[in-house]
Write a protein that binds this ligand. Structure first.
Ligand SMILES: *Cc1c(COP(=O)(O)O)cnc(C)c1O
Length: 358
């Protein structure tokens, strides 16, 4: 097989060593005689996998003791509805719209109560995070929702607004574990696993304890954070195999030196690609430099009639899934934690070659 690099936005590339380990353990996990897929979720083997996975995530993100970690199903989009159901409690909620995903969050939440859009960059095609001084925050809001990395348009938050105690709820699906964060600045952090953590089917919710117990009676038990927190995320069968792979990814990250170490790699990878894009008129990225995502890098060819040729040539070079999101167009290179720098080097080399050929 020729070397390929997978730039998919999600489900996305996983570390090769993790896949090899899963392969080696596929039929017989640690002498149990069973695959993880075949184990009772309440048996001691799987309970040990879950406990280790949670402990490693707590280490990686330095999660304070007054936060619960939940392993749920339904992905980030289910949480769009579950956030208002768990938190609104008769109040209003503030939402910032900085891209396609936070816009979707507003639409999904609006069915459950009053949602204020405090800021929006939609009129600017989501090319920046609006200055916090312009945000119309409500000091009585139940929470402020943001998407800290907009996967489609490639816009990333580098700091947070001050909210006077209103808890920040952050969709971190596409950059969780890619950079150091201070968990205590958030009320809730959530994300689907299939971008930077593991396979689809798992959604991680990290919630501050004082935010539990406010859920509407209409909240389904499987999505009630308090109920799930009291039952080790086992009010239903959790996505066991996805949790197991997430655990292997966490071990891989810890062995690399944790989030601080991978953040340095991510900075170097993103720099390589942005510097090349900025050095030529052949390609362009429209995002404000301050908010350029390290994980998802959309770019456009000046001559869009060359798009198909670019993608075809990329495939021949083993550079896969570079087509931009259908709502944005152009190209997008997703360079998550598991993308080695060699992948970005190969992409830049191909982009240069394509440029000189055209
Ligand atoms: C991919 C993505 C989602 C949607 O996740 P699902 O698992 O499909 O529900 C939501 N938010 C962000 C930021 C994403 O990148």
């Amino acid at each position: 097989m020729t070397q390929i690099f997978n730039f998919s936005a999600g489900p996305a590339v996983l570390p090769k060593s993790v896949l090899e380990r899963a392969q080696a353990e596929m039929l017989d996990w640690h002498g149990s005689g069973m695959s993880v897929m075949e184990m009772s979720h309440r048996g001691k083997e799987f309970m040990s996998i879950l406990a280790k996975t949670e402990a490693d995530l707590r280490t990686l993100l330095n999660i304070p003791g007054n936060y619960k970690v939940l392993f749920l199903q339904g992905g980030a989009i289910a949480e769009n509805a579950m956030i208002p159901l768990n938190l609104l409690n008769g109040k209003v909620a503030d939402y910032a719209v900085t891209g396609g995903w936070s816009k979707r969050s507003v639409e999904d939440a609006s069915a459950y109560g009053t949602v204020n859009v405090v800021a929006s960059s939609e009129a600017d095609q989501y090319t920046h995070v609006p200055a916090f001084s312009s945000w119309k925050l409500d000091k009585n809001a139940a929470y402020l929702h943001i998407c800290t990395n907009e996967t489609m348009s490639g816009v990333e938050f580098v700091d947070l607004p001050s909210t006077n105690g209103v808890p920040i709820v952050a969709d971190m699906s596409s950059h969780i574990l890619s950079r150091q964060i201070d968990v205590s600045q958030y009320g809730v952090i959530y994300g689907g696993a299939q971008k930077n953590i593991g396979p689809a089917g798992l959604c991680i919710v990290i919630v501050r304890e004082d935010l539990l117990g406010k859920a509407s009676p209409l909240t389904p038990a499987v999505f009630n954070w308090k109920t799930q927190a009291e039952n080790q995320s086992m009010i239903n069968t959790p996505p066991t195999y996805s949790i197991y792979i997430a655990g292997l990814v966490f071990e891989w990250l810890l062995a690399k030196g944790g989030v601080a170490a991978i953040e340095q790699e991510n900075i170097a990878k993103a720099k390589l690609l942005y510097e090349y894009i900025d050095s030529t008129d052949f390609y362009v990225n429209h995002v404000a430099i301050k908010n350029r995502s390290r994980m998802n890098i959309p770019f456009f060819l000046h001559d869009e009639s060359l798009n198909d040729a670019f993608l075809k040539g990329a495939e021949v070079h083993g550079l896969l899934q570079l087509k931009g999101h259908r709502a944005v167009g152009g190209m997008r290179a997703s360079i998550y934690n598991a993308m080695p720098i060699e992948g970005v080097q190969a992409l830049v080399a191909y982009m240069k070659e394509f440029e000189s050929a055209h």
